[in-house]
Design a protein around this ligand. Structure first.
Ligand code: IPM
Ligand code: MN
Length: 369
């Protein structure tokens, strides 16, 4: 298989972790005979510096000519004081909108090997395995007006939570489709006791559910969901929610996987061109030090293999390699209290070696089969 992949490293640790994902993909390509061609584009702060735009047209064109997009992270103190349209985060929101990446999949699972540094005791996290499906191109992030204004002479401000019914239908439908292939339960998270948008969301969820008689639907208020994620995370299979709730709940859920550096994501569109990005940000405080955890980015690359290229076996091989490395006690700084930890590039090397070992075993087994 030959595939063209647009690589948008962005800012901060985005650059460090994306290199890890590329190395791992090249390793997988070598073993399984695929050719991945990587082409770089600018986004975020770097793009502001080079093109005076957080999402230059060149980058959009590059993405459109590619089979999938890998994105690192955007943002940093250098651009924090910029006007709204020249902020790195605008580039991220713009690419989501431009490529119609409405469905953000954030799979959460616990790793028993990370128990020691988990804030949760004993076997509290045993068997945690769920998927957050976050709406990504609507809601408060995009609604107009969004501005500072004056109200009867007083300083005031407005953000708008706007959704069309169709936008709700397609994300909730996506969640049901995914639940069908998992444990057949959808938890729809809203704030229907207060918000109009949530009342419609709930109605739409009920309607979509009638198309999936074998999938159970439950509604949960977002404040309760935040609590339930900690109290009993095993109860969830697929969580579907609007943009802002999904943003907040997924950072919370990342801690169930060990750290924010463990949570990958896939941003899917309906036209077949998808984008893969870790759920973490650019972490300017640790950028350039080779101490970032590359696993969220590497697992995002695995999601690309699965969702964009239907390479399930290859994706599984990466996920297995990550598990092996963690079981062997390798830790980046975010996953340990010790002073001894592996650096970003060392973690990548460990994962590549684990891939090589697994591949060798696989070949021996096939030879004897
Ligand atoms: C995420 C990030 C972004 C978001 C920021 C950087 C705009 O937090 O992908 O979760 O809020 O969507
Ligand atoms: Mn976030």
């Amino acid at each position: 298989m030959r595939k063209k992949i647009a690589v948008l490293p962005g800012d901060g640790i985005g650059k460090e972790v994306i290199q890890g994902a590329i190395d791992v993909l090249q390793t997988v390509g070598r073993y399984y005979h695929h050719e991945f061609e990587f082409q770089y584009g600018a986004i975020g702060g770097e793009a502001i510096d080079q093109f005076e735009s957080p999402l230059p047209k060149e980058t959009i064109d590059l993405c459109r000519q590619s089979d999938a997009v890998l994105l690192g992270a955007v943002g940093g103190p250098k651009w924090d004081r910029n006007e709204a349209h020249l902020r790195p985060e605008k580039g991220l929101l713009a690419i989501r909108k431009e490529l119609d990446l409405f469905a953000n999949l954030r799979p959460v699972q616990s790793y028993s090997s990370l128990q020691e540094t988990s804030p949760f005791k004993g076997d509290h996290l045993e068997g945690v395995d769920f998927l957050i499906v976050r709406e990504l191109t609507g809601g408060l992030y995009f609604g107009k007006p969004s501005e500072r204004l004056r109200d009867n002479g007083e300083e005031a401000v407005v953000d708008t939570l706007f959704y069309k019914r169709k936008e709700m239908e397609r994300i909730i439908d996506t969640a049901f489709q995914l639940a069908k292939k998992r444990n057949k339960k959808v938890t729809s998270v809203d704030k229907a006791n207060v918000l109009q948008s949530s009342k419609l969301w709930r109605d739409v969820a009920e309607e979509v559910a009638t198309k999936y008689p074998d999938v159970e639907l439950e509604h949960m208020l977002v404040d309760n969901a935040a609590m339930q994620l900690i109290a009993k995370p095993q109860q969830f299979d697929v969580i579907v929610t609007e943009n802002m709730f999904g943003d907040i709940l997924s950072d919370e859920a990342a801690m169930l996987s060990g750290s924010l550096g463990m949570l990958p994501s896939a941003s899917l569109s309906s036209n077949g061109l998808h984008l893969y990005e870790p759920a973490h940000g650019s972490a300017p405080d640790i950028a350039g030090k080779q101490i970032a955890n590359p696993i969220a980015m590497i697992l995002s690359a695995a999601m690309m293999l699965r969702h964009s290229f239907q390479l399930d076996e290859e994706a599984g091989a990466i996920e297995k390699a990550v598990k092996h490395v963690l079981e062997a006690g390798k830790r980046t700084k975010d996953l340990t209290y010790q002073n001894r930890f592996v650096r970003t590039n060392e973690m990548v090397e460990e994962i590549k070696e684990a891939l090589a070992d697994d591949f060798a075993i696989l070949n021996i087994m096939e030879a004897y089969a």
